[in-house]
Design a binder for this molecule. Structure first.
Ligand code: DC
Length: 218
């Protein structure tokens, strides 16, 4: 079974997706982490983020994979553990630029489809229901109002030990929403078969329970 979860930054996708996968005994794949990993490496190597050819070269020559055990998931880039590094404000502020490059999206979508082949997965991102797993049995679209998304992102940033600048986080989310919804390929959108859940006033447990009851009812 494949479950796609799409939605804007701060809608609670990754926390909910991880928990849903745990409840169902499925593998969770965080596709945003893959765009972040590539962005991290591009910054490390001083690659011009406006140069799609250089980014493409980097993408095809970079191994990005996940390791799992019962309690945690790690993001590995060329065998370096970058799980925490990809959440930095530096990566967050420019990742949507990298993710808007069509050639990069083609590479990532193909890798994500390979990862999901033959296993039951919960996968979250922006284009999962439309491009990565168009045959997914369930396509959830999680959303929340802007203030709530900003509040969650600030909390997450503080918990990860990064400096929290209110205005910068607000601008980053607005900018990312714009890039993620307006790019030419793989833009974030509600599909005809999306199940939309507004998480603004719901706890993680409430969202997961709602999803589980939709899946179990069917
Ligand atoms: O979900 P996130 O904040 O970790 O995503 C990081 C960036 O990658 C964000 O700008 C959207 C982009 N992204 C994407 O374009 N397609 C995906 N499937 C996942 C993330």
């Amino acid at each position: 079974m494949k479950i796609a979860i799409d939605g804007p930054a701060g809608a609670g996708k990754s926390t909910v997706a991880r928990e849903l996968a745990r409840e169902l005994g499925f593998i969770y794949i965080d596709t945003g982490a893959m765009y972040r990993a590539l962005t991290w490496k591009a910054l490390q190597e001083g690659i011009d983020l406006e140069d799609p050819k250089a980014l493409y070269e980097l993408a095809v020559n970079t191994d990005i994979h996940f390791t799992f055990n019962s309690t945690e998931q790690k993001v590995m880039c060329d065998d370096v553990d970058i799980t925490f590094l990809i959440r930095s404000p530096e990566v967050s502020s420019v990742v949507s630029k990298v993710a808007s490059c069509p050639d990069i999206r083609r590479v990532m979508v193909r890798r994500q489809q390979e990862m999901a082949a033959n296993i039951s997965v919960v996968m979250d991102g922006r284009d999962i229901g439309e491009y990565v797993l168009p045959d997914a049995e369930y396509k959830f679209f999680l959303t929340a109002n802007l203030d709530e998304r900003i509040r969650r992102r600030k909390k997450e940033r503080a918990e990860q030990g990064f400096e929290v600048d209110d205005e910068a986080i607000k601008n980053e989310i607005i900018e990312r929403d714009r890039n993620d919804t307006q790019r030419e390929v793989g833009a974030l959108k509600v599909l005809n078969d999306s199940i939309v859940i507004d998480t603004s006033n719901l706890s993680v447990k409430e969202v997961v329970n709602r999803m589980l009851s939709i899946i179990r009812e069917a």
